[in-house]
Design a protein around this ligand. Structure first.
Ligand code: NAP
Length: 367
């Protein structure tokens, strides 16, 4: 059997549908990435620059320093333009979307405890900001708009997840508001991205020196994927989307305690208790959703259930009645050895694997 690490690494070659992006967007696409300076955004922009010679990219985010640093790290590539802006500002979004063919909406507040303690801010960025992206994309005539969502949006128990659930609904319904224009909206939904900003890995690595690792519950499991796999999934979705779908990758699970052992095999593990809004296991597909879901081999596609938009036709198999895709009942698991190898490689390569913020150090955000 192929190990999970090999499986994840094989994903780009297996998925291999990037070429359809040319057919959809043409050879000289203009692409806007909200949250383009984040972990996903930077990896996505690099992939576009590497694979589409004649692309134009606009990065849209708030912090000038992150944009300045990113411009430098890309060697001031003239194909990339940086727009300072907030997704809460609809006019600015519309200006940034002028002439754009594809919008990838990655901007979000994503730290569970921070969203929990600043609920109105999470609502403004993750919900109202997503509504602004949909409205601006319709008014600017953007052909394809895709939002990044998370397993925490499924049966949400925290405000972050609830806000991303709302964002999913806004995007799926965006197809209705597009009317007769050929403008399409879809989502991708996946689990924790290994090594992304705020990930638990830098925290565990820092704690390893003290000989004590804190985790919230030993039984906890999470879905996990690499940022490259997330980029593959988005490109695949861009090439395939008919409007209204949620694309869900098949990805391995890991036990948080195995990750701790992979990073610090001899350290003592201290359980600090689950935080408000933290689940023991995450779910990528519920049994209810799986009634509208097609198994496409390497991923699932959830079709819209609203009845108000044309239903996309998706090739693949129907799921068995009652099927749910949960991190504790997954078929694919990362072993301690898989995790150790993957952490070493991912953290060495990641430009945005910043250490966890100090206020999160006692209780990591992810997983
Ligand atoms: N990382 C994961 O494990 C994971 C898993 C599943 C789904 N996702 C989703 O994937 C997306 C990208 O995640 P990521 O890991 O790349 O996050 P990240 O590294 O924290 O990046 C977030 C980006 O959004 C920008 N941003 C935040 N608030 C904004 C606002 N109001 N207006 C404009 N830009 C704003 C940030 O830049 P400024 O602060 O400079 O504005 C940054 O560029 C998010 O939607 C997240 O929910 C992430």
């Amino acid at each position: 059997m192929v190990s999970c690490v090999a499986w994840i690494k094989a994903r780009p070659a297996l998925e291999g549908n990037d070429s359809n992006v040319d057919a959809v967007l043409g050879a000289s696409p203009k692409i806007l990435v909200t949250g383009g300076t984040g972990s996903f955004g930077q990896a996505f922009v690099r992939r576009l620059l590497d694979t589409i010679p004649d692309c134009t990219i606009r990065v849209y985010s708030r912090d000038e320093l992150k944009q300045y640093d990113m411009a430098g790290s890309l060697g001031h590539d003239r194909r990339v333009r940086f727009f300072l802006g907030d997704v809460r500002d609809r006019d600015r979004l519309e200006r940034a979307m002028h002439g754009i063919d594809l919008v990838v909406h990655a901007a979000a507040l994503k730290h569970v405890p921070i969203c929990e303690f600043n609920p109105a801010e999470a609502v403004k960025t993750n919900i109202l900001g997503s509504q602004n992206v949909v409205d601006a994309a319709i008014d600017a005539g953007v052909k394809r708009t895709i939002a990044l969502s998370t397993d925490k949006a499924v049966n949400p128990v925290n405000l972050y997840g609830a806000s991303k659930l709302c964002a999913e609904k806004l995007f799926v319904h965006g197809n209705v508001y597009a009317g007769s224009q050929d403008l399409r909206f879809a989502c991708v939904r996946y689990g924790n991205v290994m090594g992304s900003r705020g990930s638990v890995i830098p925290l565990f690595q820092k704690q390893a020196a003290s000989g004590v690792l804190t985790l919230t519950d030993r039984r906890m499991t999470r879905f996990w994927l690499s940022v490259d796999s997330a980029v593959d999934l988005v490109l695949h979705a861009v090439g395939q989307m008919q409007g209204g779908e949620i694309f869900v990758p098949k990805i391995p699970s890991m036990r948080i305690v195995d990750l701790a052992r992979a990073i610090a095999p001899t350290a003592r593990i201290e359980e600090v208790g689950r935080r408000p809004g933290e689940k023991l296991h995450e779910v990528l597909l519920t049994a209810e959703e799986s009634r509208n879901t097609t198994d496409c081999g390497l991923h699932y596609v959830v079709r819209p259930d609203s009845g108000s938009a044309p239903e996309p036709t998706v090739a693949g198999r129907a799921l068995p009645d009652g099927f749910a895709y949960s991190s504790d009942s997954n078929d694919e698991w990362m072993s301690v050895e898989d995790l150790r190898a993957f952490v070493a490689e991912t953290m060495a390569a990641s430009p945005t694997a910043a250490p966890a913020a100090p206020e999160l150090s006692a209780v990591p955000e992810t997983p």
